[in-house]
Design a binder for this molecule. Structure first.
Ligand code: SIN
Length: 343
């Protein structure tokens, strides 16, 4: 479904920026039986036209082209929908009629979709994701302001060339760094250790720093039609090797281990993973901690065991990069480590 909002006024150039808003569902499009209900709602039931209608002043910022790409709770995000989304974003941004894209999304897997697009979007034009923690029906719903800020950011010249961005609760986050850190708080997203890139406040966009890792047009990655199986396993007290063995038996091509602390792994799982690596499964060592980095620990450990270290990527983002690298035909521990050291 597509909708267009006509601008009520034009900027100094005589033409408003033309922003495509792609809706995928989420709490931002959620509805509950009453306004104080922020837990028992259904995500992804409100259409994009209604989302846009709830944002006063949008038509003075941009000429909006809107599409309903999906209507899901983002816990159900799929690799097929990621491919569809990447193709649609790339097609829109390749058009002379569109200056930037905003994607409305659920908060639960937003950080994964954002990093996927950071690696697969092939344009320097702005691409901004936003979401909400409270459903559209709630008192003090946060969706309308987040959407207004996302469109303001996408329409600003400042967002061009900055990679895929997340506009949330007045902050601008880099897709690679951002993660959800709260189950209910409206300030749910942080970029741990590194911090936000800037903010959007009262219509003003301000960047304080840039992302340094190559992104968008400077990566070799593309959305695939057929994906290798890549899964995440976790290390914890008393864990067994059953999950790793079952995944290897199921034909998994890549495994990310969400290790304890600095990526340490319970002995039983480490042995199972080393055996998997010896059989050709790509094994990436990340941490379940939520911030900090996992350093390559050299000859005695990663090299001997056949593991790649994830650096600052969370297990969920390490899985995204491993999926894309394997889909692009990258193989071997050294080549994969270079990918992780670069992107
Ligand atoms: C979802 O991720 O779709 C539901 C939760 C949310 O958007 O906050």
């Amino acid at each position: 479904m597509t909708t267009s909002l006509s601008p009520s006024s034009a900027g100094a150039s005589g033409r408003l920026p033309r922003i495509a808003v792609l809706a995928t569902g989420g709490t931002i499009a959620g509805s509950a039986p009453d306004a104080t209900n922020t837990a028992g709602y259904q995500a992804g039931v409100i259409g994009v036209a209604q989302l846009l209608a709830a944002v006063p002043g949008l038509d003075a910022i941009a000429a909006i082209h809107a599409e309903q790409v999906a209507s899901i709770d983002s816990k159900d995000m799929s690799l097929a929908l990621w491919s569809t989304l990447a193709q649609r974003v790339n097609a829109l941004l390749a058009s002379d009629d569109i200056d930037g894209v905003v994607i409305t999304h659920g908060t639960d897997t937003l950080e994964e979709t954002a990093y996927f697009l950071q690696l697969c979007v092939k344009s320097a034009k702005p691409c901004v994701l936003t979401a909400a923690m409270r459903p559209a029906s709630a008192l003090s719903a946060d969706g309308p302001l987040n959407l207004l800020n996302a469109v303001t950011l996408a329409a600003s010249g400042a967002a061009a060339g900055q990679g895929v961005l997340v506009a949330f609760n007045n902050r601008i986050h880099c897709a690679r760094d951002v993660a959800k850190f709260s189950t209910y708080a409206v300030d749910a997203f942080q970029s741990p250790e590194i911090g936000a890139l800037g903010w959007v406040q009262d219509g003003r966009v301000e960047f304080q720093r840039k992302a340094l890792r190559p992104h968008t047009v400077d990566t070799p990655f593309a959305a695939a039609q057929v994906w290798p199986q890549v899964d995440i396993v976790v290390s914890y007290a008393g864990v067994s090797r059953v999950a790793v063995d079952a995944l290897v038996a199921a034909g998994v091509r890549g495994l990310v281990i969400a290790g304890t602390g600095n990526g340490s792994i319970h002995g039983a799982v480490q042995t199972a993973l080393a055996e998997a690596a010896a059989q050709g499964v790509a094994v990436v060592r990340a941490s379940r901690v939520g911030s900090g980095h996992v350093m390559h620990n050299g000859a005695a450990k990663d090299d001997a065991l056949g593991f790649v270290s994830a650096g600052t990527l969370s297990p969920y983002k390490a899985r995204v990069l491993l999926l894309l690298a394997l889909a692009a035909g990258t193989s071997g521990k050294e080549a994969l480590q270079r990918v992780f050291d670069t992107y």
